[in-house]
Write a new protein. Structure first.
Length: 460
C-alpha cells in the first residue's frame, strides 16, 4: 500500500498535464471571448453615438433654435446665445458624419472588420471639443445670470416641458459634449484590449487611443484655464461691488499666467492688533485679503478689499506654535513678514487641516516666485515635506532646493497634507505644535535662504 503512493502521484501529475489539443482549445476559447467582447463594445459604441447625436439634435431643435427665433421674447441677445451654445452646431455636424461612417461597419461586423481607421480620420476634427469645453464655464455662468430674469426663466421653463426632452434640463444637454471625449477613450481602450496583436485594426486602435488621450489632456487643460479666468473675473466684479473705486484702481486681478489657487476664511491679525475673520485668496503670485459683504437679496457676496500682497513682497513665512484659547480651542497659524512698510501679518485658524493646506500652497508658490529671476537661468526643484509634527507625522520628508549664483543650497520643511484615519488625525493635531521653520526670501540678492529658529516661536 505504501509503495502505491508514488504511482498515484504520477497518475495525478499526468492528469494535470495539458495536451496540445487542450492548449489549442483553451486558446480558441480565449480568442472567441475576445471577439465576443469586441462585438459588444462596438455595439455599445454605435448605440451611444446614436443616442449622443440624437441628444445634440434635441439641444439644437428644442432649445437653441427657439432662442434664436424668439430672442426678444426670451430676453436673450445673439451674444448670449453664442456664449451658451458655443460651436455646438459644428460639433453636431462632425459627429453626424462620424456616425454615418461607423454605422455600416458595425451593422455588418465580422471578425476581420475594422473601426480604428474610421476614428483616425475623425480624431483631428474632435479637436473642436477644445473650444466647446473652454466655453463651458462661461455658458453655465450666462445661463445662471439669465435665469435671474423672469422672462427668460419662464421661456426656458416652457422649453424644458417639451415631451421630447423627458426629464432632462438644458444644462443636462449642454454638458454632454464635455463628457463625450472620456467616453470615447474608455470604449476605444476596450476595443484595443479585445483586439489580438496580429489583427489589422490593432495598430489603428493603439494610435487612436493615444491621440484621444492627448486630446483629453488638452481639453482638460483648456477647461482648467477657462475656469480659472472665469473665477478671477467673477472675483474682480465682486471686489468692485464692495470696494471704493479709488482703492481698486491699482488692482487688476486678471493677468496672463496668474492662477487662483484657493480661498480660505482665516483670522487675520496685523502686527499686534485684534484679529478679524477675513476671506483670504491665494493666487500664484499674490495674496489678497478681503472682508465679505453680504447684501440682502443679492445672488452672491461682494468683497471689500483689505490688503493685496504680491508674493515677492513677503520676506519670511513662519509657522506659529499652536495656542489654546480660554475656551480650550487650539489656534494654528502662520506669520508673514511683508516688505515695503506693510508690516507683519498673522493668519490663524481653528482648523488645523485647512491651515496645513493653505501653508503648503503658499510656500509652494512663494518658492516659485523666489526662484523666478528673469536675468538668470536658474533651476528649482520643489516638493512638499512633513515637519508639522503637531499636525501630521505620517508623510514622507522632502525638501526645496534653490540654486543661485551667490547661493548656498538650502532646504526647509512645510507641513504635509493630513492623512490617515480621523482618530490618527486627532492624535496628530494634539501631539504638539507645528515644528518651527522659517523661510526667508532675500530680495536684495534675488536668492532664497532658510533658517530654523529655536522652537519657542511666539504663539498666535
Amino acid at each position: 500500500t505504501v509503495g502505491a503512493a508514488p504511482a498515484a502521484e504520477g497518475e495525478e501529475g499526468e492528469a494535470h498535464e495539458e495536451t496540445e489539443e487542450e492548449k489549442a482549445a483553451a486558446a480558441e476559447r480565449r480568442v472567441a471571448k475576445m471577439r465576443e467582447k469586441k462585438r459588444n463594445v462596438v455595439q455599445e459604441l454605435l448605440h451611444t453615438e446614436q443616442k449622443y447625436v440624437d441628444s445634440l439634435s434635441l439641444l439644437v431643435s428644442v432649445f437653441m433654435t427657439p432662442m434664436e427665433v424668439w430672442s426678444s421674447r426670451a430676453g436673450v441677445s445673439p451674444a448670449d446665445i453664442k456664449q451658451i451654445f458655443g460651436n455646438l452646431k459644428v460639433i453636431l455636424a462632425c459627429n453626424k458624419q462620424l456616425l454615418e461612417e461607423m454605422r455600416p461597419r458595425i451593422e455588418q461586423w465580422g471578425d476581420d472588420s475594422l473601426i480604428g481607421d474610421v476614428f483616425l480620420q475623425f480624431v483631428e476634427y474632435l479637436r473642436l471639443y477644445i473650444h466647446y469645453v473652454k466655453n463651458y464655464s462661461l455658458a453655465m455662468a450666462t445661463l445662471r445670470a439669465l435665469r435671474n430674469k423672469s422672462d427668460f426663466a419662464a421661456f426656458i421653463g416652457e422649453l424644458e416641458q417639451d415631451p421630447k426632452v423627458g426629464k432632462f434640463t438644458i444644462k443636462d444637454f449642454i454638458i454632454m459634449p464635455v463628457q463625450r471625449i472620456p467616453r470615447y477613450i474608455m470604449l476605444i481602450r476596450d476595443l484595443y484590449c479585445a483586439t489580438p496583436q496580429h489583427h489589422p485594426d490593432y495598430v489603428n486602435l493603439a494610435e487612436v487611443h493615444e491621440k484621444l488621450r492627448l486630446l483629453a489632456d488638452q481639453v482638460e487643460e483648456a477647461q482648467s484655464k477657462e475656469s480659472n479666468i472665469q473665477q478671477i473675473t467673477e472675483l474682480q466684479a465682486q471686489l468692485r461691488d464692495g470696494t471704493p473705486k479709488s482703492e481698486m484702481q491699482s488692482v487688476q486681478l486678471l493677468k496672463p499666467g496668474r492662477k487662483l489657487v484657493m480661498k480660505s476664511n482665516l483670522i487675520c491679525q496685523r502686527d499686534r492688533s485684534h484679529g478679524k475673520i477675513r476671506t483670504v485668496f491665494l493666487f500664484s503670485d499674490l495674496l489678497l485679503i478681503a472682508k465679505t459683504k453680504r447684501r440682502q437679496g443679492a445672488a452672491a457676496a461682494s468683497y471689500r478689499l483689505v490688503q493685496h500682497i504680491p508674493l515677492y513682497a513677503i520676506s519670511s513665512i513662519r509657522p506659529l506654535q499652536p495656542t489654546q484659547t480660554s475656551a480650550g480651542t487650539t489656534i494654528h497659524g502662520i506669520g508673514l513678514t511683508i516688505s515695503g512698510g506693510i508690516g507683519n501679518f498673522r493668519l490663524l485658524s481653528q482648523d488645523a487641516e485647512s491651515m496645513i493646506t493653505f501653508m503648503q500652497e503658499l510656500l509652494r508658490y512663494f518658492t516659485d516666485v523666489a526662484c523666478d529671476d528673469p536675468h538668470e537661468q536658474s533651476s528649482a526643484a520643489a516638493a512638499s515635506s512633513p515637519s508639522a509634527s503637531g499636525l501630521s507625522s505620517s508623510a514622507s520628508a522632502s525638501s526645496i532646493r534653490v540654486q543661485r549664483d551667490v547661493l548656498e543650497e538650502a532646504s526647509h520643511s512645510i507641513p504635509p497634507s493630513p492623512s490617515g484615519s480621523k482618530r490618527q488625525k486627532k492624535r496628530n493635531m494634539t501631539s504638539g505644535g507645528l515644528r518651527s521653520s522659517r523661510v526667508t526670501h532675500a530680495r536684495g540678492k534675488r536668492s532664497t535662504s532658510i533658517d530654523q529658529p529655536p522652537p519657542h516661536v511666539a504663539g498666535a
